[in-house]
Design a protein around this ligand. Sequence first.
Ligand code: SF4
Length: 233
Amino acid sequence: MGLAGAGPGLVALRTGAVDVAPQSPRARPRLALLADEVAGCRRCVGAGLLAEVHPVWRGRGTSRARLLVVGQAPGASGHLHPKPFTGAAGRTLRQWFAGAGFPEDAIHDGSRVFLTSVTKCFPGPGPGDKGDRMPSPAEVALCRPYLDREFALVRPRVVLVLGRLAATELVGRRPLTDLVGPEQVIERLGRTYPAIVLPHPSGISRWLNDPEHQLRHRQALAGLADLRERFDL
Ligand code: SF4
């Protein structure tokens, strides 16, 4: 397994199933620069995919974070809250984290968890005002370089994937039922990462109403607990 992009002077550490390189001390300002760049991005407006780009998700966490959490896209009020996942979805996600043995509010400990999303702008409401619209493949493609750079700068030990869109982008186009439960492997920019896939915690989807899916969800949380111990998350 390679360490593409590790850069000179970085020593590779082997930890469990993946190679982990220490993070560059310069990564943090680069994350801030990236956040500024994302905040000024108008690619989707230029391509006629979005009418406006407000609010923009700037990512939250530091380059020391060991767990990268990737959701779908920011919500309508993302610009109002300095912390993402503070509403109902946040409560659910905190419960899931607690179920995997994380301390309370670990999701907002930026030195531990970096929160981001596949696309960085609120995509607008979904059909029938049921939740948010899922960003189109064209939006995902335009936004992909930002997510790539977050991977490169944070270099997480483990990735937590939330929801169908993030699972398709990071793991592959397979039904959520196949992906939630067992540990997955993500390949990104020549590196591999152990990953756990969970449904999106927004509660909009009825996926978790199925008892078989609830079983898979419990298996996924057990897998996340195992990764927490193995990778000192
Ligand atoms: S979704 Fe991504 S690519 Fe599109 S305008 Fe927002 S930041 Fe730019």
